[in-house]
Design a protein around this ligand. Sequence first.
Ligand code: FAD
Length: 443
Amino acid sequence: MLRVAVIGGGPSGSCAAEILAKAGIKTWIFERKLDNAKPCGGAIPLCMVSEFDLPESIIDRKVRNMKMISPSNREVDIILDDIYPGSDKEYIGMLRREVMDSFMRNRAAELGATLVNGLVSKIETGTNKQGPYTLHYTEILNDKSEEKGKQLEVDLIVGADGATSRVAKAMDAGDYNYAVAIQERIKLPKEEMKYYEDRAEMYVGTDVSPDFYGWVFPKYDHVAAGTGTMKQNGGLIKSLQIGVRERAKKRLVNGEVIKVEAHPIPEHPRPRRVVGRMALVGDAAGYVTKSSGEGIYFAAKSGRMCAEQIVESSQNGKIIPTENDLKKYLKKWDKKYGITYTVLDILQRIFYTSDGAREAFVEMCGDMDVQRLTFDSYLYKTVVAMKPLQQLKLTLLTIGSVLRGKALAPSTYKPVPSAVRDDKEVNKMLAVSSIKGGIKASK
Ligand SMILES: Cc1cc2nc3c(=O)[nH]c(=O)nc-3n(C[C@H](O)[C@H](O)[C@H](O)COP(=O)(O)OP(=O)(O)OC[C@H]3O[C@@H](n4cnc5c(N)ncnc54)[C@H](O)[C@@H]3O)c2cc1C
């Protein structure tokens, strides 16, 4: 019987382990921290809820309003009521990763995977990396004591251990370009929180990121405000986070930072994603999209697709799949999502490079065709075909916006006005106190 170790108990690992266990394959899932709160905005597309059978109870907020805010503070509202008239079923799910991850991991264990609370520290890969593989790990026991020096031999490894993957190192998968991201979880007064109840905000501008965007996403009883930038600008990350706080400060007034978190975001697939009988999925493989920075759905989906390939090629665990068998998962993945990654990469290169381009981007987001196209493909993960007339309109719109954008780009950045208080009141409040706690950096 085939023996598989899934390293990492995030969405990619849990989804892989679930499929393997359901097929009756002997499966271990290793997670170093069972209460891990993965630093993450926690936004998921609607289709993920049904496709991965997620209970609504793990979703904190159903966002139906998205506000795009340009460098000059032009605000464009994307309202799902307008995009999908007469329907209230569409939403962007906002959740806390500690809640989602433990639900998915426990479900994989209930289906038969052996959940090991352990840190895998070394992987012996056998001759020419073909296995069998010996995992060396430290197990964390129920009373939190550690049992070091444990070993397990397996025939196949699924590397679901995130951006700093140890499996990727063991298989010599090569490096990838990555972004660094930071986020502060901020508790807000009731009135301010009410505004964010079903609303998320995206800020663009050189002040918040030279190549990405800043966000304020609602969670259960707080908001998560953060930003990211490519690694070459990584030294700026704290000052960019101050940029987000500065721009949103009138909306986050009297907020209190309850958590600061940071993590890399892979921005490109690794040069090698399958070596021997080791396959990478999720962030370990490098499956976050450009422009949107979306990775949760793609992590879960890649874990599932990789595991389905293992089940098929191993005839439900009867034989050990070959390297070529595992590479079939990559072929299917690239065929299904290659175009999505390319389009979002091009969009990032066009629209996130200067404040003029960012003004154009936000202006374009006001167009109903753009909104429908974006949300159909984001919420439902379908490739949406455009009619020729729509295509022509979009091209003209892009050119027009890009030309106008340059003139609109500001020379300095100002805070957006409060959404629930008049300016006099909010300025008075800011004079007394601003956001409490959190990171410290000079702009
Ligand atoms: C600040 C920030 C905001 C983001 N916002 C969003 C968003 O709003 N929406 C979205 O879709 N994506 C977002 N992403 C991306 C998203 O978080 C990732 O794409 C997603 O978590 C990838 O899932 P994964 O299962 O592949 O890896 P991870 O979620 O990183 O899980 C890996 C797991 O492996 C465990 N692990 C690692 N090494 C070992 C080891 N040696 N032994 C045992 N266990 C190990 C870790 O503890 C972890 O639980 C964001 C990322 C960041 C950094």
